[in-house]
Design a binder for this molecule. Structure first.
Ligand code: KG4
Ligand code: ZN
Length: 349
């Protein structure tokens, strides 16, 4: 069975073709990705209307490219998986309409996919029983805990099976990636500056000069919006110092990174220990070295998909579609949902 996966929920257009073999193994035949970062950079964040138009422009081009790379044609595809939510409405609409066009032309069925389920299952795409990067460890299979940390989402869930998620914690306001990006912007790095802030922090060290309030480890869920104000004040008070003292800038970056990572690590490790389950870390912020280092030092069994599948991509969407088609679970119903919590999947489709 061959599946085309399409992702267009935010500022990345991703397409991939996956093939399921008779023995259950999966091959990633081809994948392509186009990032819109440079388009949105001057606005300091994603501009939804521009993002939609860019998806519209790049989808046909990338589609042609992914089929060429795979050496296949539309008639070779057995199903099309497409992100229907959560995400920016206009962007989702472009992706879904494009997918519907391909289905109408080929007769292949459309499989609606939840974007966050894509992030979570990207770990099984790599480390599951028939995963593409098995590394000698025990194959990853539910139940496990997933920490999802991206520019738009921050949550901890228990993965019980396909479509079955129990929410343990979620952010009440900003996502962890957003906290990285907004803090980086205040330090003078263009959107999305999360990775640059992390790089600066990795060269810095803990210092008594800069202290940020810690979001209580005891509150339910996460909250990062207050941190943004605290960072803005800290930057303002130290503006001159930051211009003249490179060490001060690195130390400040360290303090910001620490304030974002601390609640993520503490709460995730607590759940992993209580439930004695393996841990998956996914979403763009899972690229953060310090986050991985802290979680790996506290938890025995940590699985992180390869970097290209931590960020938004088409392979994770095609994989989720294939998992539904290869199981008894009914895929979600069609409909664009800008908000669509993971834990509501099984109950409400
Ligand atoms: O999953 P993703 O590509 O897109 C969303 O679905 O949001 O995540 C992008 C986020 C951005 O906020 C980016 O700054 C952040 O991931 N990010 C990082 C690092 N690399 C990417 N944050 C912290 N440290 C990094 N090394
Ligand atoms: Zn994402």
């Amino acid at each position: 069975m061959r599946i085309l996966g399409i992702e267009s929920s935010c500022d990345e257009t991703g397409l991939a073709i996956l093939e399921w073999r008779a023995d259950g193994s999966v091959e990633l035949r081809a994948e392509v990705l186009s990032s819109q970062v440079s388009l949105h950079q001057k606005y300091g964040g994603v501009v939804p209307e521009l993002a939609s138009r860019e998806h519209l422009r790049s989808l046909p081009l990338l589609c042609e490219e992914v089929f060429t790379l795979a050496g296949l044609s539309l008639q070779d595809i057995d199903a099309v998986g497409v992100t229907v939510g959560p995400g920016l409405k206009g962007c989702l609409l472009i992706g879904v309409t494009f997918a519907q066009g391909l289905c109408a032309a080929s007769g292949a069925p459309l499989v609606p996919v939840n974007h966050i389920e894509g992030h979570v299952l990207s770990a099984e795409l790599h480390f599951g029983e028939h995963g593409i990067s098995r590394d000698g460890r025990k194959p990853l299979a539910p139940p496990y805990i997933a920490l999802i940390v991206s520019g738009g989402h921050t949550e901890i869930v228990v993965v019980k099976g396909i479509g079955e998620y129990e929410l343990l914690a979620r952010t009440m306001d900003d996502a962890a990636g957003e906290a990285f990006d907004k803090s980086a912007f205040l330090l003078g790095y263009p959107y999305p500056g999360g990775a640059q802030l992390a790089k600066l922090a990795d060269d810095g060290e803990s210092s008594k000069r800069f202290r940020l309030p810690r979001v209580s480890r005891e509150i339910e869920g996460f909250s990062f919006s207050g941190l943004k104000t605290a960072v803005a004040l800290m930057v303002e008070r130290n503006r001159q110092l930051l211009e003249t003292d490179a060490d001060a800038k690195r130390e400040m970056a360290w303090a910001i990174q620490d304030a974002i990572l601390d609640p993520l690590v503490v709460k995730t490790a607590r759940e992993v220990h209580q439930r004695k389950l393996p841990l998956v870390v996914c979403g763009g912020v899972s690229a953060n070295k310090e986050l991985r280092r802290r979680l790996e030092s506290l938890c025995a069994d940590v699985y992180v998909p390869s970097m290209r599948h931590c960020v938004d991509n088409g392979a994770m969407i095609g994989y989720v579609a294939g998992r539904y088609l290869n199981s008894a679970a009914a895929p979600p119903r069609l409909g664009i949902r800008s908000r669509w919590p993971l834990e509501s999947l099984r109950a409400h489709g």
